[in-house]
Design a protein around this ligand. Structure first.
Ligand code: COA
Length: 440
């Protein structure tokens, strides 16, 4: 059987040809125009980067290499006796654009297990960090410390030719992804469980092993949750902060370690990945303030108080999506199957019934529907992962799959250093003076 790397290599030349043809023959065809609102408004909707591993439709949600989340939950290989997809499978799909077989997944599990050992100097560094440092800071620091291992950096110094960039990046990516569950579990046990670490179980797949090393429960459903969670958070096309940052930093030929560490710093923002911890904090506070599962009327008033206090309803709204996030739906289905009577799930469901209407009446957000972060916390909390400061680390472990699969492609295609044009406020004002809009 050809290895993952061999299969990837076989795809490079034809893909490169497609991209070069587009660039050479159609390089001057416009696909996007830019208005002043977009320049000052966070570059919304400007088509300006190539990202092959996933694509977001504002109404339908994410498609990973053309497959929707419900399709992938059905088609991707499962662990024996399991019903949720293996993250190994989604990585195979994102990297190669092909659905894997169970054997393909097993080969990736084996490969990651071999590469998963954390070097002692990394553990020493991690042990030196103050225990109350935010878990995302610890996660990003650990990835950055591991940069010492970079094959890309070493071979670049030894005058590696451009044609080899993808190969060195592939090695970095596989080494790094393999270690992420161990790093995450190490941070978790050190921060919250008195530094009593749990050895990895090499019989387990990547997601299940993370669940095992966390040591919060023996319930096999938690392993299933981890597999689902790590699949659905893996990618959300290229423009979101963590993906774009990884790509941008990587475009300077910074290696996978630098690039992912930077991406994780973006994920740690409350408007991005940190929203998952904010959702649970907000829900816990409301349950405490209202003395238990609230009525719809109480919840509605609580939301207005949040909004009138100048705060956002965490987990609602999206920069691109204009409907309920299918990642929310997948998690809701999981909750309906495994914890239908759980009080916090009831609150999350009630928020779903009340928030869209309140946000619509509030009239600011373009999307009153829930995003991925509105649901994940309650699932983790149910199984005993109650330290919600840690939740974004789970997101980060998963996000690595997508952004690093794309990074290997960036190197294989030889994508250039990224350099969009910025302008000053004065430049924009002068532009408007010189190009006055037609009177309405
Ligand atoms: C995700 C998010 C950052 C997208 O931002 P965006 O693209 O600027 O969203 P919009 O264009 O709809 O924002 C327009 C206005 O609605 C507000 N808005 C958006 N979502 C809101 C929410 N959930 N609650 C209250 N107000 C919200 C924005 O703050 C903005 O207000 P402003 O004009 O005073 O600055 C935003 O919806 C948000 O802050 N959501 C809560 C945090 C969250 O869940 N993040 C995770 C995203 S996966």
């Amino acid at each position: 059987m050809a290895t993952l790397k061999e299969k990837f290599y076989a795809k490079v030349a034809p893909m490169k040809e497609r991209v070069q043809k587009l660039s050479k023959e159609f390089g001057d065809v416009n696909v996007s125009s830019v208005n002043v609102g977009q320049v000052v408004g966070g570059a919304r909707d400007i088509i300006s980067m190539l990202w092959d591993v996933s694509l977001l439709d504002k109404f339908e949600g994410i498609r990973f290499r053309g497959f929707s989340i419900p399709e992938l939950r059905e088609k991707l290989p499962k662990a024996p006796g399991g019903t949720e997809p293996l993250p190994e499978g989604i990585f195979h799909l994102l990297l190669l654009g092909e659905l894997p077989t169970a054997e393909d997944c097993a080969a990736i599990t084996e490969e990651w297990q071999k590469r998963s050992v954390l070097p002692q100097y990394l553990l020493d560094t991690m042990n030196a960090v103050a225990k109350d440092t935010h878990p995302m800071t610890q996660f990003s620091l650990a990835i950055l410390q591991l940069q010492r291992e970079s094959e890309f950096a070493r071979r670049y110094k030894e005058k590696m030719p451009k044609s080899q960039y993808w190969d060195a990046t592939y090695e970095d990516v596989m080494n790094l992804i393999a270690k992420l569950p161990n790093i995450a579990a190490y941070i978790y046990r050190r921060s919250y469980k008195g530094g009593k670490h749990i050895a990895p179980n090499l019989k387990l797949d990547w997601g299940a092993n993370l669940a095992h090393m966390l040591g919060v429960t023996d319930d096999p459903a938690f392993k299933e949750l981890m597999r689902l969670y790590l699949c659905i958070h893996s990618d959300h096309e290229g423009g979101n902060v963590s993906a774009h940052t990884t790509h941008l930093v990587g475009s300077a030929l910074s290696d996978a370690y630098y690039s992912l560490s930077a991406g994780m710093d973006g994920l740690a923002g409350p408007l991005h990945g940190l929203a998952n911890q904010e959702v649970l904090r907000w829900i816990q506070e409301l349950v405490k303030d209202l003395g238990g599962v609230p009525t719809k009327e109480q919840l509605e008033k609580y939301m207005w108080d949040t909004l009138n206090g100048g705060r956002v309803i965490p987990g609602y709204g999206h920069a691109v999506l204009r409907k309920t996030d299918p990642r929310y739906v997948a998690q809701r289905e999981f909750a309906l199957k495994h914890m239908p009577d759980y009080d916090l799930f009831k609150v999350v469901s009630m928020v779903y019934e009340v928030a869209p209407d309140v946000l619509t009446k509030h009239g600011k957000t373009k999307n009153p529907w829930p995003n991925v972060d509105a649901h994940s916390g309650v699932l983790l909390y149910y199984y005993g992962a109650v330290e919600y400061d840690f939740y974004t680390v789970f997101f980060g472990v998963s996000r690595a799959l997508g952004v690093l699969a794309q990074l290997v492609w960036d190197r294989a295609l030889g994508l250039p250093i990224e350099r969009p044009k910025s302008v000053t406020t004065e430049w924009l004002e002068n532009f408007i003076k010189e190009h006055p809009p037609a009177a309405k």
